[in-house]
Write a protein that binds this ligand. Structure first.
Ligand code: C5P
Length: 407
């Protein structure tokens, strides 16, 4: 066993689902090893696991709250099962019992562990452990191949003497083997690794004078969520953001700008990119006669603002002849005839997709946490359901990864 911090594990968060089997006590040692390696561990105990290990031991070793199968309203209020499943870098099931494997293969979600496993968007590694006959049963082997086909990673089981007195495959893999599998699972490159993706986000501020500006209601939430989702799939992300209300995500290169013209320059600097996503709400005009000093109230008169058009950053990048990003995506925030406007915009801007949404005041989308988008491409229109902006971002990032993989 390696001692000390393992770089690939340092700072990683492992959601450890402990199944109910005689090997459950070894999960406690696994918690210790993971923490020694620099990871944090959030244990989830199935009801059966509590027959073998106590929540208190798991919690004490993990120095974290333990999630149990009993439906707990406080838990759900503090962190719902969806967040629990998404907050981790990796989900590990050890020991994975025949029952848990069966539930996973069948897509059942009737307790906390199985619900978390259905809801997660992270890699899942299982370490099966069960009686040799249960392991060799055609149902378990069928479930194993279903799970492998679903992308679930496995480690073990090992062959040897079993607690039940039989000999054969079914023993939980050794701790060093499980640790190595966890390390390998965390280092598998994401579908966007090696890709550079540019994302613009937030509003722009167009000065009228040194203290006043023209802005819009964009919070930057959708662009920020998208940058984080692209990062999670392994992309190198350049995030060009106007003065947004939400903080930029960690792990991306942030270029903070204020005006549309600054945004255009920053985008030029950030190219080339494999994909360019324009989620910013860019002002169409800037004030040509913005003063160097604060405007004064003139007796009787009103200030006259003289506007000039801003560069259309999206259309500029979509029209690049040599070295154009393979995928150029625009956003269209509309308050009526959303899809018709988006179709026209797709042609006018020359981009590959328009992500259109209805931001009419009644929708609560602008500045809110949810979004309902339509993906408009040359092939047609997809209407997505109303989802959290995070979930919309994850689905968009996955679709972007698919599109780049096709090229
Ligand atoms: O024309 P409209 O502003 O509705 O188009 C929206 C799309 O175009 C968004 O993707 C936005 O980021 C992008 N855009 C841009 N530069 C502008 C105006 C809009 O990149 N000056």
């Amino acid at each position: 066993m390696r001692n000390g911090v393992i770089p690939m594990l340092a700072g990683k968060r492992i959601l450890l689902i402990i199944g109910g089997g005689i090997a459950a006590y070894k999960a406690l040692e696994l918690i210790r090893e993971l923490r020694r390696a620099g990871a944090s561990v959030v244990p989830v105990l199935t009801r059966a696991a509590e027959e073998f290990v106590t929540p208190l031991s798991a919690s004490a070793l993990a120095a974290e709250k333990v999630y149990r199968d009993l439906f707990d309203l406080t838990d759900e209020a503090e962190m719902g099962h969806i967040e629990l499943s998404r907050d981790a870098d990796l989900v590990v099931v050890a020991p994975a019992t025949a029952d848990l494997m069966g539930k996973m293969a069948a897509g059942l979600a009737n307790d906390l562990a199985s619900t978390v496993l259905m809801a997660t968007d992270k890699r899942v590694l299982i370490a099966p452990a069960m009686n040799v006959r249960m392991w060799q049963h055609p149902a378990t082997q069928r479930n194993l191949s279903t799970l492998t086909g679903d992308g679930v990673l496995t480690v073990g089981p090992d062959e040897g003497d079993m607690a039940c007195g039989e000999y054969g495959p079914g023993r939980l893999a050794t701790l060093p083997a499980i640790m190595a599998a966890i390390e390998a699972a965390l280092s598998v490159p994401g579908p966007l690794s090696g890709r550079h993706v540019l994302v613009t986000s937030g509003p722009t501020h167009e000065p009228i004078d040194p203290v006043r500006y023209i802005a819009n209601r964009s919070s930057g939430a959708q662009g920020t969520a998208l940058a984080a989702a692209l990062r999670d799939l392994g992309a190198r992300v350049t995030f060009v953001t106007g003065p947004a209300r939400v903080s930029p995500p960690s792990g991306v290169e942030v270029v903070a700008v204020e005006t549309a013209r600054e945004m255009a320059d920053a985008v030029q600097q950030a190219l080339p990119a494999d994909a360019a996503i324009f989620a910013a709400a860019v002002a169409d005009w800037h004030v040509k006669n913005a003063g160097a000093q604060k405007m004064k109230k003139a007796a009787g008169g009103m200030p006259a603002l003289d506007f000039a058009e801003n560069p259309d950053i999206l259309a500029g990048v979509a029209g690049i002849k040599a070295g154009r990003p393979k995928l150029v995506v625009g956003f269209a925030a509309e308050t009526e005839n959303v899809v018709d406007h988006a179709r026209a915009k797709l042609t006018r801007k020359g981009c590959d997709w328009i992500v259109a949404n209805d931001v009419a005041p009644g929708t609560g989308i602008m500045g809110g946490t949810e979004n309902a988008v339509h993906i408009v491409t040359a092939e047609g229109v997809e209407d997505w359901p109303r989802l959290s902006k995070d979930e919309t971002a994850r689905r968009l990032a996955a679709r972007i990864a698919d599109a780049l993989a096709e090229n």
